[in-house]
Design a protein around this ligand. Structure first.
Ligand SMILES: [Zn+2]
Length: 60
């Protein structure tokens, strides 16, 4: 795996991945919103930022 997170997200977008359906949060709230603070959320947010994209997943 040699892709950066941003590259993975950009690649997924070209493959029409629906990122609103994906979350890797370690500590989601009871309604499914991601915490925005755990390692998985931080990596995800940084990846979207680097890709210049808005993350469609809800954060609490
Ligand atoms: Zn999280």
């Amino acid at each position: 795996m040699h892709l950066t997170k941003a590259e993975i997200i950009t690649l997924g977008r070209t493959l029409d991945v629906d990122y609103a359906m994906t979350t890797s949060c370690y500590d989601p709230s009871s309604d499914g919103a991601a915490c925005g603070h755990c390692d998985a959320c931080q990596l995800r947010l940084r990846g979207f930022e680097q890709a210049g994209m808005h993350d469609p997943v809800r954060y609490r």
